[in-house]
Design a protein around this ligand. Structure first.
Ligand SMILES: Cc1cc2nc3c(=O)[nH]c(=O)nc-3n(C[C@H](O)[C@H](O)[C@H](O)COP(=O)(O)OP(=O)(O)OC[C@H]3O[C@@H](n4cnc5c(N)ncnc54)[C@H](O)[C@@H]3O)c2cc1C
Length: 326
């Protein structure tokens, strides 16, 4: 009988896994909390990918794009086209709450905001839940205030506003550049003592020039103590300092939510956040339960992105076909 798989998460890597499994005759249902490629949808609207279009392709569908590096909107169009063309079965706006094993099969419980709970059965489950839905918190008083956000959409609302950007990696630097362009008064508070080596080398000179020309205020060695309604209070070299602020963008990264993994019986390394899995097959310590995409990197999301995570599904499909042959 035809085997069934459920893929949790319709990011680029979950979609790619579904295509690869369908290619070897396994029927896939993809359950997605938002709609397809929700993480890309939530990128800043001006975002240009650092990867060229061909490195974002899945399912051998060409990603034709006017520029070498696509923009967010190009990618949204591309992945919609892939899902349509491949006829993938996506269940949008359903959050998977539980994956459990019963009599050798999996029961996957999900909840749709309006339609309530569904339970589906599957032979295989692939968790491709990414990390963008869960910001890495500062854990300081005031973080939950309404003028504090962990996502930057676009710069326009910040015109002539004092904005404190917290963080010093790509998303913080990108946001600061866009904000300055849109006429915001920008201060960047970063706990590092120098620019992070992960900042894209073609972006850093632009940012550094803004700092040197005092268009952006950059404070290194700055540890946030608390956020008040009009100020951010931070400590720098043992001294308490304050910066006036109308808005705070805490660009401190994101981290995977492991609740689903742990409840399903997947062991997680406490230090690295890396789930226990076979690096060739992506099968976890629970038989027939796989992972795909950036979740395989644990807390260090910079190791896996679309460029390499899109191949995980092929490895899983290969492992499953080898198993049938044996
Ligand atoms: C600003 C920015 C720019 C980037 N640029 C690039 C680039 O140029 N090149 C590159 O290769 N990478 C880039 N990345 C990284 C890339 O976006 C991620 O590596 C990629 O999205 C990971 O794909 P994924 O399928 O593993 O996870 P995601 O894309 O995060 O997809 C996971 C999906 O799972 C869903 N989900 C989570 N939990 C549940 C649940 N319980 N139930 C149902 N659904 C769930 C989420 O809604 C999401 O849609 C960039 C990231 C950012 C933030």
């Amino acid at each position: 009988m035809n085997k069934q798989a459920i893929i949790v998460g319709a990011g680029p890597c979950g979609l790619s896994a579904a295509i690869e499994l369908e290619n070897v005759g396994i029927t896939c249902t993809i359950i997605e909390r938002g709609n397809i490629v929700d993480a890309i949808y939530r990128y800043p609207t001006h975002q240009t990918f650092f990867s060229s279009a061909n490195l974002l392709e899945i399912g051998d569908v060409p990603f034709i794009c006017k520029e070498l590096k696509p923009r967010r909107q190009d990618a949204l169009v591309y992945y919609r086209e892939v899902v349509t063309r491949k006829g993938l079965d996506v269940k949008p706006f359903e959050t998977v709450e539980r994956v459990e094993k019963s009599d050798g099969k999996f029961l996957v419980t999900s909840r749709h905001e309006r339609h309530g709970v569904s339970v589906r059965e599957a032979d295989y489950v692939i968790l491709a839940t990414g990390y963008y839905g869960r910001p890495r918190k500062l854990d300081v008083p005031g973080e939950e205030l309404p003028h504090v956000s962990h996502y930057f959409e676009e710069a326009h609302p910040y015109y002539r506003q004092h904005v404190t950007v917290i963080g010093g990696k790509n998303s913080a630097v990108d946001a600061a550049i866009e904000l300055e362009k849109a006429g915001a008064y920008v201060t960047v508070l970063y706990r590092g003592s120098e620019y992070s080596p992960s900042v894209k080398p073609w972006v850093l000179p632009t940012f550094d020039s803004l700092v040197r020309h005092e268009k952006v205020r950059m404070e290194f060695n700055a540890t946030i103590e608390r956020i008040d309604l009009d100020e951010v209070v931070y400590r720098q070299n043992g001294e308490e300092k304050r910066v006036h602020t109308d808005h705070v963008l805490a660009m401190t990264g994101y981290q995977p939510d492991h609740n689903l993994f742990a409840e399903a019986g997947i062991e997680i390394d406490e230090d690295t956040g890396v789930p226990s899995f076979d690096e060739e097959t992506y099968e976890t310590n629970v038989e027939n339960l796989f992972i795909a995409g950036v979740v395989a990197a644990g807390n260090d999301a910079n190791k896996i992105f679309i460029e390499n995570g899109r191949f995980h599904g092929r490895a899983i499909a290969q492992a499953l076909t080898d198993r049938v042959r044996i």
